[in-house]
Design a protein around this ligand. Sequence first.
Ligand SMILES: CSC[C@@H](O)[C@@H](O)C(=O)COP(=O)(O)O
Ligand SMILES: [Zn+2]
Length: 225
Amino acid sequence: MMSSASGSLSVISGDNQTWDLAVAAIIQAGHRMDDRGWVPATAGNLSIRLADGRIAITRSGGHKGFLTSDGVIEVGLNGEARHEGDRPSAETLLHCQIYEHFPNAGAVLHGHSVAATVLSMVIKEPALYLEDYEVLKVFEDQTTHETRLSVPVFANDQNIARLSRSVALYLDEMKAGYIIRGHGVYIWGPDMTTALTRLEGLEFLLTCELERLKLLPAIPARDVM
Ligand SMILES: CSC[C@@H](O)[C@@H](O)C(=O)COP(=O)(O)O
Ligand SMILES: [Zn+2]
C-alpha cells in the first residue's frame, strides 16, 4: 500500500524533509483524527519517518487533540527513545515494524474509532471482509468496487512485542492496514497525506459495515441458562 495521494491539507507535507515539518504534520493529523472522533481520551498514536531515516512519534499518554510539538519525540528503528527520559508511545514497536518492513512507508497512524472497536468485537473471524464498495479504490492497486479486501483482525495484547510477532506474519498481504480486536486500526502510507486519506477511507468503510450489520435481521437470542 504505497502509492501517494496528493493532498490539500496545509501543513501535512508529502516529503517529510525536516523535523519541524514532520512534527507539524503529526500535530495537524492528531487534531484531525480527534475532530473525527478516532482518538478518544488519550487513545491513538502517530508517527512519521523523515527522508533521513529519523522517526518522529507521539509521546505516550497525551491527548492527540491537544497535541503540541512537545508531544512528539524521536525514536530509533528499535523503538527506543533517542533522548533519555522521553517516553514514546507504548505501541512504538508496531510503528517501527512497519517502517522496517516497508522501505517506502513514511507515516503510520493508529486510531480507536467506535466502528473499528465495535465491529472487531462482533465479528469472530480473523479478518474483516470489505467488498463492493466504491471507496475500496482508495487503497493501492484497487481499481474497481468488484473486489474483496480482507483486513486482518488480531487479538488484542498488552504485550506489544508479542502482538508485533503475530502481525509480522501477515504484513505482506495487507492492502488496507489491520485491526486489533476491541482496540483500533493501524494504517500507513508513503507520507502523512496518504496515510490520513487511507485512514479516512477505511473508517468510512468500517462505519458502512457497522450500519449494514444494524440493518441485518437480528441474531436469535441465546438460550437463557
Ligand atoms: C486510552 S488507552 C489507549 C492506549 O492503551 C493505547 O492503545 C493507545 O492507543 C495510546 O497509547 P500511547 O502510549 O499514548 O501511544
Ligand atoms: Zn491503541
